[in-house]
Design a protein around this ligand. Sequence first.
Ligand SMILES: Nc1ncnc2c1ncn2[C@@H]1O[C@H](COP(=O)(O)OP(=O)(O)OP(=O)(O)O)[C@@H](O)[C@H]1O
Ligand SMILES: [Mg+2]
Length: 383
Amino acid sequence: MVKKPVVSNPFKPSAGHLPPILIGRDGVLDDFLEGLDDGSGAPGRLMRVTGARGVGKTVLLAEFRRIAEERGWLTISETASKGMAQRLLDHLKPAKGTFEFTVEPSVNAFGVGGSLGAMRYERQRMPLDLRDAMSLRLDALERRDAGLLVTVDEVQAADRDDMVAIATAMQHMVSDDRNVAFVFAGLPSMASKWLNDEVMTFLRRAQPERLGDVGLMEVSDALHDSFRQTGIVLDGEPLRIAAEATAGYPFMIQLVGYSIWRIANRSRRGDGDAVVSEEDAHRGVRDALSRLGDTVHGPELDGLSPVDKTYLLAMAQDDGPASTSVVAQRMGKSVKYASRYRMRLLEAQVIVDKGYGKVDFAIPYLREYLREHAAFIRMSLER
Ligand SMILES: Nc1ncnc2c1ncn2[C@@H]1O[C@H](COP(=O)(O)OP(=O)(O)OP(=O)(O)O)[C@@H](O)[C@H]1O
Ligand SMILES: [Mg+2]
């Protein structure tokens, strides 16, 4: 009997997981590679990556680290949360041995009239600050032609003190021409949160990389190739259905690929290939959409206030961009009142400004999800 080969699903529909193919990111990867090649001071060595939830910021950082490590660089990845600067410092400190700084006060701190008894000679341990720690690490790395890459994810959630500490240290490394690269990633709101802060001048100089949806042609090619490599044929109309359903949204690419692959894999005969039918493709898309609802739309809505949700429900009545004054009318509120919630939703990256007083959903299929769950959402608002 021929044993059925065990092939695992190549798609990874979970946050931060490196997908089988990083689709549509050649431009930003080239910028990063060029930065490494061109040496200190190159624009690609200081980057800020922004984009909506699920667009692929975390996996891009992982890919950057992989590339840097391949070149023998030391990489450190941090996700912004309280104490980030201290954690970075802990990473940088050599595992063994401590550095001690000796401070020997030769003049009594109380001045001439003070008690001489207060003049003590002692060794004081000073905290090794980020700048020194980075410098020391780089001394060793540069001796073997390597460098240091630091990536910081979820920057929009960082504490100001942490950001100031890190930005200041980085500023020193860059102006000292050290072999470093820094990449910050976060939601587009990080631009308004940090970049107008005067201490963040440094970050403002970082090369902006705005990640967006991927072109459907590229999605189609990547889906086709990933399936073929695991012995499943996805072509023609089924491929078109699959690619279109992703809307070019990277997380949805993984969900659609994963769901259709699962269905097709079950229909494999012996050790043979399988062919995805139109029916399989439709079923896979339906599964993907319901998972998208559970993992993206549901949690996103849970984090919003009741009025935010009312605003979204009012928007979802339209098939395309909604007029902000019509939305206010549907909510039974003044335009001024509604505009407060519009601002909040824009800031949260749930909706986007389409100009001319119109807004639209920033997350694919959120409109459909809201329509489908409208009754339930309204009920939970009244509770
Ligand atoms: N370029 C890409 N091509 C194919 N799949 C991708 C790509 N980028 C990301 N993905 C997939 O999309 C999903 C989300 O990616 P990731 O977690 O990096 O997004 P994110 O922007 O960091 O989201 P969040 O803001 O929620 O942290 C993952 O399943 C990942 O495998
Ligand atoms: Mg992420």
